[in-house]
Design a protein around this ligand. Structure first.
Ligand code: FE2
Length: 325
């Protein structure tokens, strides 16, 4: 079976094509972010103008025609409404025009499933970190099989905290990798640290770090800001590992691309005899292959949606999403 997946929840248009869990194509085009972050209307316009080119590119890479696919899947949410809408319209158009099944997919679940598929995992503890989301998750069977949220940010996602700091510090491009680069030679300054059980929050440390700009060395601030937030995530994750006694640990989502965070999570995993898995950057950044992978699982389970059920939901939480496989 061949499934085409469409991802447009934020700044990236991602089109993936999978056949029997094998990724045939994973094409992308990203809205150019410099220093202003994401302006939803502008990003949606970019997606509307470019999505057909990315679909064409993916089909060429996979060496198939659109009529060869069995189903189309797209990101239902969570994400930016105007951006999600472009992917939904593209998916509904393909579904209606070529008479293909359609599957709405939870974006967070897709980040998990692609990592599980790539590493052939069964029941991992999941640390999912992106711009808008920061959650510690694991499968729970009742009242239906779903990813239960054991820990979560009380305020903003860690990726948005890193991006906001980058903008305040006038780093270009204004996102996490620029913070990581400037943090390389930094020294530690004491920062606010806030973990409650397996939950955490980031606005306090973000505000504190921004206030220190122009008063302290920027490398020292960036290093301490990043190191302290990552330590908060590690403490909460380690507590979840103890509680749930999982033998597999996944780090996924855009922020999972951080080498320093990967290093810290690896240390925790080793000390608990847990297998640590993180996908390559291509599959942790937003991508279409992960949406196609979940679409194929839905197709295998004979799940079906009609076009009226193919909606979007900006706040589609992963714990509302039944995992039928
Ligand atoms: Fe994402």
């Amino acid at each position: 079976m061949i499934v085409l997946g469409i991802e447009t929840s934020a700044h990236t248009i991602g089109i993936g094509i999978v056949e029997n869990n094998k990724i045939l194509a994973n094409s992308k085009k990203m809205f150019p972010i410099k220093d202003k972050g994401i302006i939803p209307a502008k990003v949606a316009e970019f997606h509307a103008q470019n999505i057909h080119k990315v679909i064409k590119n993916a089909l060429n890479t996979a060496n198939i025609k659109i009529t060869d696919i069995d189903a189309v899947s797209y990101t239902k949410g969570p994400g930016i409404g105007s951006c999600l809408r472009i992917g939904q319209i593209a998916a509904k158009t393909i579904s209606k025009q070529f008479n293909k099944q359609i599957f709405p997919v939870n974006h967070s679940l897709a980040h998990i499933e692609i990592t599980k598929t790539l590493f052939n995992l069964k029941d991992p503890l999941v640390v999912y970190l992106s711009g808008g989301n920061s959650q510690i998750l694991a499968l729970k069977q009742l009242p239906f099989k779903h990813y239960h949220i054991y820990g979560e940010t009380f305020d903003i996602g860690i990726g948005n905290a890193l991006d906001n700091f980058a903008r305040a510090a006038k780093l270009i491009p204004s996102w996490g990798s620029s913070v990581a680069k400037i943090a390389e030679n930094g020294r530690y300054i004491k920062m606010p640290y806030n973990v409650k059980g397996m939950d955490f929050n980031f606005t306090g440390i973000l505000k504190y770090s921004i206030e220190l700009l122009n008063k302290n060395n920027i490398s020292d601030i960036a290093y301490s800001f990043q190191e302290t937030m990552f330590s908060m995530i590690c403490e909460a994750s380690e507590r979840a590992l103890f509680l749930l006694n999982k033998k597999e640990l996944i780090l996924c989502g855009g922020v999972a691309q951080s080498k320093r965070l990967q290093e810290m999570m690896n240390i925790i995993s080793k000390s608990h005899n847990t297998k640590f898995c993180v996908a390559s950057n291509e599959f942790n950044a937003d991508n279409g292959a992960m949406i196609a992978i979940v679409g194929e699982k839905m197709l295998e389970q004979n799940i079906s949606y009609n076009l009226n059920e193919a909606t979007i939901d900006q706040k589609f939480r992963i714990d509302k999403c039944e995992v039928k496989w």
